[in-house]
Design a protein around this ligand. Structure first.
Ligand code: DX5
Ligand code: ZN
Length: 214
């Protein structure tokens, strides 16, 4: 199983986004994780399509777009056009999940489904044939810099059992060099890290340190 690193832009220095992104790209990060928040599904706001479109011209990384928004069906087309490669929606959102996942595929993009720590895996099972990636949140969606919730690990193990060895299972929240082995041991293979990469003094070195662990 190949392990991929997805640094989260949320923790980057927004006064120099282009430089931040090219540093982690050169260091070998596979995905750029883009956290989009609407102040409804989660109690915080972040950024939208203009940031993706701006960065798209400067980066060939996979744009892994995590939509923490209540009505993603209204916006997936704009995110696809802005340069998203993977579009992940939350099982807790208000859109029709199956239809929105179909819509993402019809736009030629990969579809992901995210579950907050308290959402049972059974809520995602009906959509397994419509997704390319399952995102199991290891913090409650909404803010960077929270603490890793290890209680999610049995859910990661169960998902790996159900989805098989090659399926992409992503974990997001509170992951650092010091604890990344735990979600990987449970079966995760796409690792989001915000504070641990962009919050560090040398994001490129942080990427290399993570990759040395995989
Ligand atoms: C939380 C976001 C995360 C966050 C991760 O809602 O989905 O992607 O940026 O940040 P850290 O790694 O700092 O927990
Ligand atoms: Zn995220």
């Amino acid at each position: 199983m190949s392990i991929k690193l997805a640094p989260s832009l949320l923790a980057a220095d927004f006064s120099k986004l282009g430089e931040e992104v090219s540093a982690i790209e050169k260091a070998g990060a596979e995905y750029l994780h883009l956290d989009v928040m609407d102040g409804h599904l989660v109690p915080n706001l972040s950024f939208g399509t203009t940031v993706l479109a701006g960065l798209r011209k400067h980066s060939n990384m996979v744009f892994d777009t995590h939509l923490m928004i209540s009505e993603p069906h209204k916006y997936v087309e704009s995110f696809a056009k802005a340069g998203a490669d993977i579009i992940t929606i939350h099982v807790e959102c208000d859109s029709n999940i199956g239809e929105t996942l179909d819509q993402i595929h019809a736009l030629g993009k990969k579809a992901g489904l995210a579950l907050n720590p308290d959402a049972d895996l059974s809520r995602a099972v009906p959509y397994f044939d419509k997704i390319d990636m399952l995102l199991l949140m290891t913090v409650y969606a909404g803010f960077g810099g929270q603490s890793y919730i290890s209680d999610v690990e049995p859910k990661i193990r169960e998902a790996r059992k159900l989805l098989g060895p090659d399926f992409d299972i992503q974990v997001d929240g509170g992951i650092y060099l010091t604890n990344v082995e735990s979600p990987i041991a449970a079966g995760a293979n796409v690792i989001v890290a915000g504070s641990a990469v962009f919050g560090s003094e040398d994001p490129a070195q942080a990427v290399r340190d993570f990759k040395a662990k995989f």
